[in-house]
Design a protein around this ligand. Structure first.
Ligand code: AKG
Length: 245
């Protein structure tokens, strides 16, 4: 009898992979050490936000961000969910603090950056954000995307954690009304994790973020997160092309 197995039994999968499948998100602590995080923050100091903007977008080409996005630890995580050719295509630095504070209401991440606007069935509406073409994507493409969020600060109930509605990534692309209804019906989970940890999430899991409740006098309690998205080649139909941004 051949004892080799081509697939891994569900019970043998690490807990975080099961959580991604079942809940649409997983918290993986201690991926970077506190000392490494400190060094990264020093080398990212030139990235600064425009006032009033929630996040510094399209930062994948920053040399330090690119090194982080291609670090073996993140690539291994992305590949174990998406397959061996997973690659980073977009990065955003969310630098929330009492001085740069925002809330994000319940939503799914459905827009993907594309090199050119080419009308394609199932893709759209289109928009331009910070010079990049974006189209709302169908579920088959979004199901092949994974976001890995590296936390540069401890994320606590009070400094504006991401909140998720567990399991909603399995429901496809939802209407705004469905998102609101589910947000009223389901109990949200706060994604709390210490600095150096990763929140892995599917773009279709419904999520939101509250404002930090830290006061101006506590400006030393920021919530900085590098949000990197990965995909596998071929998730967009030709001639569309995913932008790396
Ligand atoms: O981290 C945040 O504050 C917001 C993140 C978010 O809503 C998103 O990435 O879609």
């Amino acid at each position: 009898m051949n004892s080799s197995r081509s697939t891994i039994a569900a019970s043998d999968r690490p807990e975080w992979l099961r959580s991604i499948d079942e809940r649409g998100y997983a918290l993986v602590p201690d991926v970077w050490s506190a000392r490494e995080v400190l060094a990264l923050l020093v080398s990212l100091a030139d990235l600064s936000s425009r006032p009033g903007r929630a996040g510094i977008r399209h930062v994948l080409h920053h040399p330090v961000v690119s090194v982080i996005a291609n670090d073996r630890r993140l690539i291994d995580m992305a590949q174990s969910v998406l397959g061996e050719n997973a690659f980073p295509f977009r990065a955003t630095l969310f630098d929330k603090s009492p001085d740069a504070n925002w809330l994000v209401s319940w939503h799914q991440d459905t827009a993907l950056p594309l090199v050119e606007k080419i009308e394609t069935p199932g893709w759209g509406p289109w928009s331009i954000k910070e010079g990049f073409h974006y189209a709302h994507a169908p579920a088959y493409a979004l199901n092949k995307v994974l976001a890995l969020r590296l936390h540069f600060d401890d994320c606590t109930p009070t400094n504006g954690p991401l909140r998720v509605l567990s399991g909603t990534h399995r429901m496809g692309v939802l209407t705004d009304d469905d998102v609101s209804r589910l947000a009223a019906e389901l109990e949200p989970v706060d994604c709390l994790i210490a600095k150096g940890g990763i929140l892995a999430m599917r773009p279709l899991v419904i999520h939101a973020a509250s404002k930090t409740r830290a006061q101006k006098s506590q400006a030393h309690i920021p919530r900085r997160v590098l949000h990197i998205e990965y995909a596998t080649p071929g998730i967009v139909p030709q001639p569309l092309q995913l932008s790396t941004t």
